[in-house]
Design a protein around this ligand. Structure first.
Ligand code: DP6
Length: 332
């Protein structure tokens, strides 16, 4: 059997309606549906080469070799792809580069596992459709399933594995929204999302969050499709705050905010009151994503630079789907 080598690229995504908690942790079947926008400026490019001369999977991210749990997570994902293939036993050399600064605290499991899945599936010659690639990415990292299709992507919550994947609800050109990201602390988070999702199970506030989640998800999809900024902005902030209420009240408590986080949230509220089209959202970390219309972007970028605690700013428009950039016969 001749072996292939393939390179793929995927965007990170920012959720307007957040994924938090699983109905099935092993298979990453989410507790609620989520909605996100792919980020064109935050991409991961990954090459996977299955080689006969390797004794174990080797993974490099931004020039550093992975070890420990981070490596185990990638190896498990490669094992899934080898078992889907059936007879592929060879170990892989995985080389991954992020387009955004490694020290910005934005390292994304979404773009990482989407690019890994698409590259490894191509290298293994699996010939999967977009929905199948999305579903497979979900096993590596839940939010990665939303980075496989392009534009604005919904991930529906289902009990059945084969119905839980990301699908485009509006293409890249639907609405020129931007994400202006205020980096207030570039340090890696102490508690990652995988552990956080599990903590939600025993938190009574998660029940209240989930009760409102379907309504917020529907409102966000309909506001997005109608390009209704005011409705979308309101639900984005409400959903992010519901997420952080759950995080803060988990045991142990996950308090991701730093002083700079709150300073940006308050600044955004002030800019909104002046009529600017901007809303904040925050993932499992301290950095604040200012979602805004194209017309507001320049002003938001300029004003963010002088908010206390803001160290860097990164701006992105809407990104496309994960793509295979090249494939060729492998050397080893
Ligand atoms: C707060 O997809 O990172 O960013 O499945 O364990 O990899 P794992 O979790 P992950 O969780 C994302 C959480 C979030 C919200 C979101 O992106 O929807």
């Amino acid at each position: 059997m001749r072996l292939l080598k393939a390179t793929a690229e995927a965007c990170a995504n920012i959720a307007f309606i957040k994924y938090w908690g699983n109905r099935d942790h092993e298979r990453r079947l989410p507790a609620n549906s989520s909605l996100s926008m792919n980020l064109a400026a935050l991409r991961t490019r990954t090459t996977v080469e299955f080689r006969r001369d390797l004794e174990s999977d080797t993974v490099q991210v931004d020039g550093r070799e992975l070890g420990g749990k981070a490596l185990d997570r990638v190896v498990s994902h490669l094992d899934r792809i080898r078992s889907l293939h059936g007879t592929l036993r060879e170990k892989a050399l995985v080389v991954s580069e992020n387009s955004f600064p490694a020290d910005a605290g934005l390292a994304s499991s979404a773009s990482g596992f989407a690019a890994l899945t698409v590259a490894a599936a191509a290298a293994a010659g699996l010939g999967l459709r977009t929905d199948e690639l999305s579903r497979l990415s979900r096993y590596g990292s839940g939010s990665a399933c939303r980075s496989v299709p392009g534009g604005f992507v919904a991930w529906d919550a289902h009990d059945e594995d084969d119905r839980s994947f990301g699908r485009t609800v509006a293409p890249v050109g639907h609405w020129d929204l931007r994400d202006v990201i205020a980096i207030v602390d570039p340090a890696a988070k102490e508690v990652g999302s995988t552990e956080g999702h599990r903590l939600a199970d025993s938190n009574p506030f998660q029940k209240a969050r989930l009760e409102g989640s379907t309504g917020r998800y529907r409102a966000a999809v309909s506001a997005l499709l109608a390009r209704d900024w005011d409705r979308l902005a309101a639900v984005i902030e409400e959903d992010a705050l519901a997420l952080h209420a759950v995080m803060m009240t988990s045991r142990p408590s996950l308090l991701y905010w730093q002083p700079g986080t709150l300073a940006v949230m308050r600044a955004v509220r002030g800019w909104k009151a002046q009529g600017l089209q901007v809303a904040f959202t925050i993932d499992a970390g301290p950095n604040v994503h200012c979602i805004c219309t194209a017309a507001a972007t320049g002003e938001i970028e300029a004003m963010l630079a002088s908010v206390p605690g803001v160290m860097h700013i990164l701006s992105s428009g809407v990104g496309g789907p994960a793509v295979v950039l090249s494939s060729s016969w492998a050397g080893g």
